[in-house]
Design a protein around this ligand. Structure first.
Ligand SMILES: Nc1nc(=O)c2c([nH]1)NC[C@@H]1CN(c3ccc(C(=O)N[C@@H](CCC(=O)O)C(=O)O)cc3)CN21
Ligand SMILES: O=c1ccn([C@H]2C[C@H](O)[C@@H](COP(=O)(O)O)O2)c(=O)[nH]1
Length: 319
């Protein structure tokens, strides 16, 4: 891979996943060993870029392990509803956000409930879910309902019933003023970070229209390269494709910029297994119909073809 002015140029003969495996190898061999918030410990580099071509229905799904793209798709559709409670995810058998509310519940009540029991209660008991299943004003809330305040006299402010829908504004902007350099949305609401279970990792998205194609940069401040990345890069591509479809554009390129990019020290087995495998194949992504709005996609609207990954590799998630 050549590097020109900080732009990684992936040669067309190289598999799109090779840059990911190279970065994984580099971090595992040369990363700074650091103590992190979770106490697990990581090896990390600061600042990394990868580029993925989205032309001709390409989708950046890792092929050296199976990535559960439907799980990631359900999560993205959940973001777009503005929901921040894990209940609707758990109802769809998506477990990736359960560990944070569960951890909080155990710490605050001292109860030794296991994950399955906790999820069962979240589903069966609406009041329990409202009390214990909410992640605070994370991604979805900020994306489609960023709070807005208006003066109410005497130095007081009233919170408007409807916040700012950044996704709707983005799509209007892309349609009406494609050449703009301000096509951005972000989950990083500084005033509300302390209420979130986790501050956003995939925190800023910027879009760019040229030659009938929609490209995007994702800036991810913190990246769990062994677990989170596979989801994050697929989800970002999914988002580009949905937005492109809504704006009658083709998908162009997805540029991923990572800040603190790390491998957890308890991911040795995953790293060694994955680095021993060779990427292969080029899955295709299809959107089967065009809903009348970005907010009306359903899981059945998407299909992945030609995806023949190597077996799943499980690894513990650091909470
Ligand atoms: N340490 C850490 N890594 C993350 O990737 C991460 C967080 N924390 N906290 C918030 C969210 C939750 N996300 C997660 C959480 C778990 C998996 C995970 O366990 N994935 C497994 C199985 C997926 C499944 O059950 O379908 C995997 O092998 O990809 C992935 C992303 C991404 N984020
Ligand atoms: O979409 C996501 C969400 C989270 N992560 C990872 C990155 C870190 O390992 C943790 C978050 O911990 P912080 O201390 O808040 O950075 O979760 C991810 O890779 N992708």
């Amino acid at each position: 891979m050549a590097n020109i002015f900080g732009v990684n140029v992936v040669s067309p003969s190289q598999h799109y996943e090779q840059q990911y495996l190279d970065l994984m190898q580099h971090i595992w061999m040369n990363g700074d060993e650091r103590v992190d918030r979770t106490g697990v410990g990581t090896r990390a580099v600061f600042g990394a870029t990868m580029r993925f071509d989205l032309a001709e229905e390409a989708i950046p799904l890792l092929t050296t392990k199976r990535v559960f793209w439907k799980t990631a798709t359900r999560e993205m559709l959940w973001f777009l509803t503005g929901d921040t409670n894990i209940r609707s995810l758990v109802e769809q058998k998506v477990h990736i956000w359960t560990d944070w509310p569960l951890d909080k519940y155990r710490k605050e009540t001292g109860q030794k409930i296991n994950r399955d029991e906790f999820e069962q209660r979240i589903i069966e008991d609406k009041a329990f879910a409202e009390q214990w299943g909410d992640l605070g004003p994370v991604y979805g809330k900020q994306w489609v309902d960023w709070p807005r305040y208006t003066p109410a006299g005497e130095g007081l402010y009233r919170r408007e019933k409807n916040g700012i829908n950044q996704i709707k504004l983005l799509i209007n902007g892309l349609k009406n003023n494609p050449g703009s350099r301000r096509h951005i949305f972000t989950g990083w609401n500084v005033a509300e970070l302390d209420q979130m279970a986790l501050p956003p990792c995939h925190k800023t998205y910027q879009f760019y229209v040229s030659d009938g194609k929609l490209s995007a940069i994702l800036y991810q401040r913190s990246c769990d390269l062994g677990l989170g990345f596979a989801f994050n890069i697929y989800s970002a591509a999914l988002l580009v494709r949905m937005i492109a479809q809504q704006c009658n554009l083709d998908a162009g390129e997805l540029v991923w910029n990572g800040g603190d990019v790390h491998l957890y020290l308890n991911h040795t087995e995953l790293v060694e297994e994955q680095l021993s495998r060779k990427p292969s194949g080029a899955p295709k992504f299809k959107i089967l119909q065009k809903p009348d709005s970005i907010f009306n996609y359903q899981i059945t609207d998407f299909a992945v073809e030609n995806y023949a990954p190597q077996p799943h590799i499980s690894a513990p998630v650091a909470v």
